[in-house]
Design a protein around this ligand. Sequence first.
Ligand code: FPP
Ligand code: MG
Length: 325
Amino acid sequence: MAFTDEQLEEWIEGLTAQVESRLLETLRTPHNFVEEAARYLVDAGGKMFRPALVMAAGGLGLEEGTVNEDALVSAAVAVELTHVASLYHDDVMDEAELRRGAPSAHRKWSNSVAIMIGDYMLAEASVLGASLGVDFVRYQGHTISRLVQGQIAEMVGPSQGVDPITHHLEVIKGKTAALINAAARYGGWFGGLEPDQVEQLTQYGENLGMAFQLADDLLDIVSDESGKSPGTDLREGVPTLTTLLIQTHRRSEDERLLSLLSGPVSDSDLSETLALVRAHPAVEEARDEVRKWAEKARACLSGFEESASTRLLNVVCDQAVMRSS
Ligand code: FPP
Ligand code: MG
């Protein structure tokens, strides 16, 4: 039977509600403080993008009747736990003030608490993974390894002779595309799809992940409503595609901006820097790069027969592009 877009949406909403309650159940512990600190970011309300992607990909198996809903929910909970764990750690590393519109966990408590809570979540994700089989556990391990290596590559910076933009795209592949790749792959697995379809979905997730992070980095520059402090990357001196493009072009009229971007931007220089970056054509170039990755993701769906799920997976590509505009 063919599912309409509305039926698919309802099915995903139903499973996402299960993911939300399973997430809270998983974090339950008699140790009240651990539970409170672990719920802190979950309760602050994430977009639940990765769990929804697990379901949207899994929906490709609905018409064949091959979907294992329980496994989809467990995989989605493990993915979201991994994602939130990485945010606890990331905010310590970035010294971020805000996350999901609230003071970041390390600001509210301490760096040690934020790191331990991230570890607690990763541990609980591993327990959950055990019920999904050895292939799942192996892929999760491989994914987390890519996340960590991407994050470290960002800290270390490009080696001598390596183009900073090439390096930056490698960083993003690890720190973001890897987990979005995994979310799409798990959807394919537990949707009961054929191995070559699972591969296509995995590549879809990888390319979408690139578009997603590049769009997120643009939001840090162009939006005042992301739930994070605008210009965090600039303040921390973290390179993004836009700033790397500005530094590559080195236009003579950008002398002031290039000097502001030569290190972390101080609070007093932030609004001037943001205004100069926002007015720079590199923003549009970075948007083109988001479009390019979203197109690559879309191309991975070409082997699937059109269905409500392929339509939704295409819409997700459009949304990644729209977020950056
Ligand atoms: C946000 O990126 C952070 C990530 C996408 C991943 C961070 C990965 C780690 C901290 C490695 C450790 C991993 C685990 C699983 C504990 P961002 O800083 O560019 O974006 P933001 O604006 O949301 O902070
Ligand atoms: Mg960050």
